[in-house]
Structures are given as structure tokens and as C-alpha cells.
Write a protein of this length. Sequence first.
Length: 244
Amino acid sequence: MDVERIMPGMGVRSNVGTMGAAGVTLVRDDVKVLVDTGHYGTRDWLKAELERRKVSPADIDVVVLTHLHWDHCLNVEMFPQARILLGEDELKEGFLMEPGQPQNEAFKAALREMKVETVGDGDRISSHATALLTPGHSPGHVAVALKGDDGRLTVMSGDAVPNYRAYLRGFPDISFHDRKQSEESVKKLKDLRPDLVIPGHDSPFNDGGYVERDDFTLILRRENEENSTFTFRHVPADRPIIHR
Ligand SMILES: [Zn+2]
């Protein structure tokens, strides 16, 4: 069994709007499980990352959608053969961006044409993975708990804990559904004392802090067909200078 982040998640905000960059994780267990799928804007990248690992979309047995927010689920149609798992309340009340928009029901109708199944708390996803109901950010959010044979616990927390600051603070940046439930869900995940948390929009961490930090490159296309690129990288700061 192994777990690999194949696309990092990040919180992307700009003066011209917010872009969703949800992480995607591949679990190779007795079955191949993909946790979240990203959205249409990341589809070619997802295809390339699977291909690089010699995994075809048809090889994915199970897709877990932590929730139905658009940045996590819009590539689900790449996996028509897979079992699609999500929380029961998410299938009932979940939404792409906001409740009440007509595209929510259209998307759910398309999901119901697929092999969609709802999961409850503790339901088995693969021989080492189980579902953790973690509502609040969305109505029926599920995280995925992966218990290794060595006892190590990895949690793919989706947007129940989208980033390390939410873990420290005790609630996510946005509770679309219910703030109190959001707090309870963060506490539920923390109480498991995970060895590793792979969040929806941040680099992996645990109680000791970040385990890895992702680099990101921002690309602006210029009029002369060149790109201006800006890379954000975490490097150690200079040491303090003390003259006396
Ligand atoms: Zn979300």
C-alpha cells in the first residue's frame, strides 16, 4: 500500500478572482483509489500525472470525492468505470459553488449515471482506507483515513482541514454549511493524532508542522509569446546579523 500526492493543493487568490487548486492523491492499495479529481482547468495536468506513473484513468477503481465543490470534483467524468464514493448528505445537499444553483442538480444527475455510492463514517474504501464523515465546510464532506500496516495514520482531509492554519486554528477558512460542525470535524481529525495530514489546499503537515513545502510558479503570457514566471519557493532565511 502506498499513498502519493500527484497534484499539490494550494489556496490561490488574486485581484482578479479566486482559482481553485485542490490537491489530488493516489492510493495504491488492493484497489487504486483517487482522492479528489481537481477541475477542468487541471484536467490535462491530471492526465499527465497519471500517465507519468503508468496509470490510465481506466485503472482507477475508486474515486472518493471529499465534497462536491467544483475545484475537487469536475474531473470525475474521466473515470466512468470507477466506483464514485461521497457522503450521503453531500449527494443530497452538496453544491458546486452555492446552494440552489441549477448546475448542482445537473451535476448530480450526471453523477447518478455513474457508479456512485454514498459512504458513512468508518465505511471501508480499500483494505487500508476508511471514510471519515467531516461535515461543516460542506453538508456531507468525507475525509479519508489510511492506516498502514506499520500503524501510521495518514488523513486526506479535503477541505474539512484545507490547510495547516485551519488545523492550528480549529476551523477552516470558509464554512459553507455549518461553522460548529466545521469545528467538530477539525477536532475529530486532530483527536486521531494523524502522523500525516494531506490537506485540500496546502502542503502536508502533522502536529510538528509542515512535513514538506510545495513550490509554486505563477506564469503570465506576454505579447511576444514569452512567459514571465514567478516561482515561490521556501528557502531558509538569512541568519540574523548582530554587530555587537
Ligand atoms: Zn471546498
